[in-house]
Design a protein around this ligand. Structure first.
Ligand SMILES: Nc1nc2c(ncn2[C@@H]2O[C@H](COP(=O)(O)OP(=O)(O)OP(=O)(O)O)[C@@H](O)[C@H]2O)c(=O)[nH]1
Ligand SMILES: [Mg+2]
Length: 375
């Protein structure tokens, strides 16, 4: 496989030369694969680029991509990924920092995981065996650990423990090549969460390998002060986009109601008994909403095969019955205890509807149209 390591640098003159040397030793240990290094240089004033150029005279697998100016970590990586995919024909893209916080020797382990069949390998600080520097200030530990738990809960991705690791390998075919880089929500640090989310959505098989995240070896940190807020914003925005399916599902519900009442009133005139009309219109309305949900609300997770559609529809009908039954029990209970008035029965009815919305959406999004790729 051809592996391209993308390493962004800004004022890493003290680290980059040594990193290139160490990487060459690492690459030599895995001769079955063809490793290339692409340095994305933020036009550092400290001469980082010159050191890279010197190394390029000795090592033909080192490439330099110059940015006009420093424009953030996410921007640098995306520039590098795009360039690599357009010009270097990679099978695997690896992202790694230049300051030795990521152990270059772990690169080979990541590539081995990709060879095993994983599509996205995360060097994880929060999986068993991984670690963050004990020297970090309490608040940095808190933000890092808390932020990861928060991301996991809000984004509902249970197979990942480290959402902000900067050490990752991505399979290009079917995955990195399909990433929509233009819609990445952050040019800074939080691009990591966004790309991870997108890979997960693409159905990538994800593996974490434990890494000990060190202290930066030399040079100064470029960590932006707003990383935390930026990340929080990205996590919440991703979740909101996810909820687009929910708004569509509610609209489909209204369409269903419309079909149901219209058909009922037409059929009532044609069919001998009104209850038959109600049954038929209800069934057709359900088929309509099922189809609309399949092709619109959950279009990214569309059910294609007929057998799966039939099975999906059976679950759909069965599960839709649950909130209807509960709603009727609620109305019963409320009217018995608080009086059979318009207000009481309608409040109970409304609570039942809200429960039904949550119930149905949960069953639809978690069971019938569940995401591919686990979780
Ligand atoms: N091209 C480019 N590289 C950057 C930019 N910001 C950071 N980098 C590089 O990206 C990598 C990660 O940045 P760091 O400053 O180490 O961030 P960090 O690891 O979160 O923080 P520390 O723990 O303090 O090192 C390093 O190799 C930096 O040189 C940027 O705006 N442009
Ligand atoms: Mg660093």
């Amino acid at each position: 496989m051809r592996i391209v390591l993308v390493v962004p640098t800004y004022n890493e003159a003290e680290n980059i030369g040594r990193l290139i040397d160490v990487l060459q030793e690492v690459f030599a240990k895995d001769p079955a694969n063809d490793y290339r290094l692409l340095v994305v240089e933020g036009n550092s004033p400290d001469g980082t680029a010159n050191i890279v150029k010197e190394k390029m005279e000795h090592f033909t697998n080192v490439h330099l991509l110059m940015e006009q100016k420093k424009s953030g970590l996410g921007a640098a990586y995306i520039y590098g990924f795009k360039y690599a995919m357009e010009n270097m024909a990679p099978d695997v893209l690896i992202e790694m920092d230049a300051d030795f916080q990521h152990d270059p020797h772990d690169v080979v382990k990541m590539v081995a995981k990709i060879s095993e069949g994983y599509d996205y390998v995360i060097g994880s600080r929060f999986t068993s065996g991984g670690s963050i520097p004990k020297e970090w200030a309490f608040y940095r530990k808190l933000i890092s650990i808390g932020g990861n738990i928060f991301s996991k809960l809000v984004l509902n991705i249970w197979s990942v423990n480290d959402f902000t690791s900067g050490f990752k390998a991505s399979r290009v075919k079917n995955f990195a090549e399909k990433l929509d880089f233009d819609s990445v929500l952050s040019g800074g640090f939080a691009y990591k969460i966004d790309l991870l989310y997108k890979m997960h959505r693409l159905g990538a098989k994800i593996a974490e390998i434990p890494i000990a995240f060190g202290l930066r070896d030399r040079g100064i940190s470029k960590m932006e002060r707003n990383n935390f807020i930026d990340s929080l914003k990205v996590v919440l925005m991703l979740r909101m986009y996810e909820n687009k399916a929910f708004y569509k599902f509610v609209m489909v519900g209204f369409a269903g109601l419309f079909v149901d009442t219209t058909l009922f009133n037409i059929l009532r005139l044609i069919l001998p008994a009104s209850h038959t009309a109600a049954l038929v219109s209800g069934f057709i309305a359900m088929m309509t909403t099922f189809t609309l949900n399949n092709f619109w609300s959950f279009n990214e997770r569309k059910i294609e095969s007929t057998s799966h559609k039939v099975l999906g529809f059976i679950i759909y009908v069965a599960s839709s019955y649950v909130p209807i039954q509960i709603r009727s029990m609620l109305v019963d209970y409320a009217t018995e205890h608080f009086g059979d008035t318009f207000v009481v029965s309608n409040i109970a009815f409304f609570i039942g509807i809200v429960f039904g919305l949550v119930w149905n959406f949960t069953v639809y999004s978690r069971i019938i149209w569940r995401k591919k790729g686990g979780n």
